[in-house]
Structure formats: C-alpha cells, structure tokens
Design a protein around this ligand. Structure first.
Ligand SMILES: *[C@@H]1O[C@H](CO)[C@@H](O)[C@H](O)[C@H]1NC(C)=O
Ligand SMILES: *[C@@H]1O[C@H](CO)[C@@H](O)[C@H](O)[C@H]1NC(C)=O
Ligand SMILES: *[C@@H]1O[C@H](CO)[C@@H](O)[C@H](O)[C@H]1NC(C)=O
Ligand SMILES: *[C@@H]1O[C@H](CO)[C@@H](O)[C@H](O)[C@H]1NC(C)=O
Length: 342
C-alpha cells in the first residue's frame, strides 16, 4: 500500500510528498468498501487510478464524493455525499466509496487554490509551471425546472457535459416529450420534457349524487377541503340502503380527461370504514344522460385517507364524470379531475 501511495502521488506533488503521504492515511482509513452512492453522478471516467479519481473530485468544486470500481479502474464522481443523499447510499459489491473531505486538499496541487466556479473543473496546465491552472466548464448543473422529478433517473445518468439524464414530471403535472435531458457542450441542458401543471377542473363545479345521507351532500367532494375526518370536515355520502349509488360532476365544458383522483375517508370517531371504497367505476360522458365512456376501475378496498389515482385511456373526452359502485354507501372526501380543454 505504501508503494502504491507514493507512486500514485502525481509528479507535481513531489514537494508536498511528506504532508501528502501523512494525510493520505486518513482518506484510506475511511474508505467504505462494498458501497457506492447511486444516481448522483457528475461524470465517470474509465481507466483511472483510485487516487486520480479522488483528485478529479478535489479539482471539481461540485464534487462531494467518489465511487470507484477496482475491477475495471472505473471512477465516478458525485455531486452529493452519503449524508446529503442518505437514501442513495447502498451496498454494492466490488465498489469503494470515499468522501472528498477525507482527503488532503494539497492532492489537487495548483488547483487546491483555484477559484473555479461550481460548474467547472480545474485543470493543471501540465508541462508548464506547476502553479498554473485553468477552469473548464464541466457540467450543466442540477436541473431545477418547475415540475421535474429526478427520482426516475437511471444508474448511468450524469450531469456532466455530453451526458444525459432521464427525468419525469412530478405528481400534479402532465408530461410531454421523451423525458431525456441532454447536457450540451455550452453547459446548458437541452430539455426533451415539458411538465405542465395540472389544474383540478372539478373544483367548485356542480355535483349531484343518487341520494344523500343526512347532510353529506355531493358538493363536499369538490369543495377543495382535503381533510378526511368525515365528522369534522364532511365528505359526501349516499343514502343508507341505496345500492348502486353514484356521484357525478358537471365540468361545464368538454375536456380530454387524463385522470381522476379520489380522496378516501379517514379514521374518525365511528372507526375506520375506508373499506367501503371498493369496486368503484369511473365513467365520463359528453351529455348528462350518457355518462358511459369507461375511464377506469378501482377494486379496492380503499385504506384510510388513501388517494386513489385512476388514469383514463388517452383521448377520453367528456363534460361529465361519474363515480359509481354496486354496494351501499358511496363516500368521497374529495374528487380531483385532471384534463385539458378539447
Ligand atoms: C457531505 O456534504 C455536506 C454538504 O456539503 C458537508 O457538510 C459534509 O461535511 C459532507 N460529509 C459528510 C461526511 O457529511
Ligand atoms: C495556495 O495558497 C497558499 C496561500 O496563498 C500557499 O501557501 C500555497 O502554497 C498555495 N498552494 C499551491 C498548490 O499553490
Ligand atoms: C424524490 O424522492 C425523495 C425521497 O426519496 C422525496 O423526498 C422527494 O419528494 C421526491 N421528489 C419528487 C419530486 O417526487
Ligand atoms: C456556471 O456557473 C456560473 C456561476 O454559478 C454561472 O454564472 C454560469 O452561467 C454557469 N455557466 C453555465 C454555462 O451554465
């Protein structure tokens, strides 16, 4: 190991060799064998020694940690560490994980004093004097476009120049495009994804139901109150003993309806009757007398305060949305309808 360390100290470090060797001990002693950080890549490098991998991280301001695969001398530098991205830290045979801050800054040579920006990497001007460096654009940053969810990135995705990542739209947005983001050589992302905020087109629209239990009327499902304690905040309920109950809303215009969400009743002082949300059919229609175009079905049984998401087939068109079941009590705390005008 001693020989390995000395040989791996780059030539420009000769003057630092003694301090370098001394503090390298810390870095090596804190290696996390059999681990890596997943899906937080800035860049990867084949055929790099372990110390060169650490140095690549030290000269890249955005880098916080490295993953190294010894078998293939494969280096990955990450923009998070295991503290900032706890859930992405995982066991992975053959890999070694290491934190930037466990290594002496001097390993970066002239670059340890660089003033490079967060999206740059410091490069030594080799073959010139030791103290010269230049800052080179190295990544496109972490995409922060409204509505983008980076939880769907893939193992090989990275934010470095000429790399790409796969994203999707967050809950509450509709997506168009392939989902790929490509980091161009000018350091700007090329987005092939557009996330459009979904608005709940059912909110405040006229709603009716087969029958009403006490005063739990149809409008409570479109009142925008998302609490699920039936006794305090009120949900809809159809009449006791009425089988084949239904509830419907008039959107007051024709839409392509993409999805319908039902917020189920929670636990309350009557206990937990959330199971009543089962075998629920959602249909849409252009006229009030014909609401029979299938959108989707929820077999259930629902759980307390569950948000049931029912996606309609593409191009489902309608002005009315109907929710029905074949056993007693249809109880809805809130119904959201998402769609775009035709
Ligand atoms: C991880 O990154 C954070 C934020 O940059 C930093 O404060 C922390 O010291 C790093 N390392 C560890 C082991 O937490
Ligand atoms: C970095 O700067 C400090 C103080 O300005 C200096 O002592 C040190 O030698 C510099 N390191 C390098 C590698 O240039
Ligand atoms: C991504 O996942 C994390 C936890 O894994 C979660 O906290 C975060 O809200 C998720 N982001 C989105 C946009 O869903
Ligand atoms: C790099 O980062 C700097 C400062 O953070 C910013 O001003 C600059 O626009 C970024 N460059 C690119 C190409 O994104």
């Amino acid at each position: 190991m001693l020989l390995f360390q000395i040989i791996s100290c780059p030539w420009f470090l000769i003057s630092f060799l003694v301090p370098c060797y001394g503090s390298l001990q810390l870095g090596f002693s804190k290696l996390q064998r059999g681990h890596r950080l997943d899906r937080k890549l800035i860049q990867s490098f084949p055929e790099l020694s372990f110390l060169d991998c650490v140095i690549e991280c030290l000269v890249t301001p955005r880098c916080k940690s490295v993953n190294y695969f010894k078998g293939a001398n494969f280096c990955e530098i990450n923009y998070e560490n295991k503290t900032t991205a706890e859930t992405r830290y995982m066991e992975s045979a053959g890999w070694v994980y290491s934190e930037k801050e466990h290594w002496p800054k001097e390993l970066a040579g002239a670059c340890s004093n660089s003033t490079c920006e967060i999206n740059q990497t410091c490069k030594h001007k080799r073959y010139s004097e030791d103290t010269f460096f230049e800052c080179v654009l190295s990544d496109c940053g972490i995409p922060d476009q409204n509505g983008i969810d980076l939880n769907t990135t893939r193992r090989e995705d990275a934010i470095g120049i000429h790399r790409r990542i796969h994203a999707s739209c967050a809950d509450g947005y509709s997506q168009s495009g392939s989902g790929w983001l490509i980091c161009q050589s000018n350091g700007e992302w090329k987005y092939d994804i557009v996330c459009t905020v979904l608005t709940n087109i059912a909110l405040g629209k006229p709603a009716t139901q087969l029958s009403t239990y006490l005063d739990y009327n149809a409008a409570y499902a479109v009142d925008g109150i998302r609490e699920t304690n039936h006794l305090v905040h009120k949900c809809t309920a159809t009449g006791d003993g009425d089988t084949n109950p239904w509830w419907k809303v008039d959107l007051q215009a024709v839409y392509y309806i993409t999805s319908v969400r039902i917020l189920n009743r929670g636990k309350d002082e009557y206990g937990d009757v959330s199971f009543r949300l089962q075998d629920v059919t959602v249909t849409v229609g252009l006229t009030e007398s014909d609401i029979n175009t299938p959108c989707g079905f929820f077999a259930g049984p629902g759980t307390a305060s569950q948000l049931v998401v029912i996606d309609c087939p593409t191009s489902t068109q309608g002005r009315y949305v109907k929710i029905s079941k074949t056993t007693v009590f249809l109880i809805l705390c809130e119904v959201d309808v998402f769609g775009v005008p035709v």
